[in-house]
Design a binder for this molecule. Structure first.
Ligand code: PMT
Length: 221
């Protein structure tokens, strides 16, 4: 039986890694495949939502009815979120946004000649989830992820309050079958009044549990 419990909702999802360029051919990035974010987008679409997916560089195909906005850098992702966030009812930040970017971008390829060591100075990227939380509209639901290696629940509760989110989906990225690149995930859902530990599930099933939580506990009835 198909649930259509997201009918009439506009859902915004960020997915994948960002790339932070040093020069035209080199960048700093991470192992995010986009699988978690695309699973969320497809689940929301199947349940009747209008879905916009802002994605870093990934190798996944999805339904033509899901609007995809492709970006590379954290700054580009931030600009798109800023521009369209107010049109959305549910915002889910599953992208692995680089926290830092190289301070200087060289517009030509960096040469190794005469360099024995090479130092890269990094500066902070904008925190997109924090911005969305700070500017949250009445009735908007904001969901963040947290990639943790220790004190998972405590760190996630801290994020929940600091970033004014309604739900944090915490994955212990050190566990086998959780986090980056794999098809499964092991997550704990942390809201102001609930902590739900889920077993190892496919990212598709995790996406379904996240929307069940949103519909059951966060959407105004
Ligand atoms: O893409 P996959 O291979 O399927 O892997 C899925 C995943 C491991 C990437 C995903 O499940 C996940 O955990 N995504 C968030 C990873 C992360 O960057 O966690 P964080 O603890 O550094 O960030 C916390 C939250 O703030 C996240 O919602 C993140 O999207 C957001 N953030 C972080 C930094 C930043 N500058 N802007 C942000 O919006």
């Amino acid at each position: 039986l198909e649930k259509k419990d997201l009918e009439g909702k506009n859902v915004l999802i960020t997915a994948g890694p960002t790339r932070e360029y040093l020069d035209p051919v080199r960048f700093i990035s991470n192992r995010s495949s986009g699988k978690m974010g695309f699973a969320l987008a497809e689940e929301a679409y199947k349940r009747g939502a209008k879905v916009t997916l802002i994605s870093g560089p990934v190798n996944i195909q999805t339904y033509a009815s899901i609007e995809i906005i492709n970006v590379e850098t954290a700054s580009q992702m931030y600009d798109v979120v800023k521009r369209i966030k107010d049109e959305h009812d549910i915002l889910i930040f599953s992208a692995a946004v680089a926290d830092f970017r190289p301070k200087d971008f060289k517009s030509t390829k960096i040469k190794k000649d005469q360099l024995e060591n090479f130092y890269i100075e990094l500066e902070k990227n904008p925190d997109i989830l924090r911005y969305a939380g700070e500017t949250k509209k009445n009735g908007q639901i904001i969901v963040g992820f947290s990639a943790e290696t220790e004190n998972i629940v405590e760190n996630s509760q801290k994020k929940l309050y600091e970033k004014n989110a309604d739900l944090i989906v915490a994955n212990n990225v050190l566990q086998e079958g959780a986090g980056f690149d794999v098809d499964t995930n092991i997550v704990t859902l942390v809201s102001k009044d609930k902590i739900i530990e889920l077993p190892k599930l496919s990212k598709k099933e995790v996406a379904s549990k996240i929307f069940d939580f949103i519909v059951d506990y966060l959407c105004k009835k």
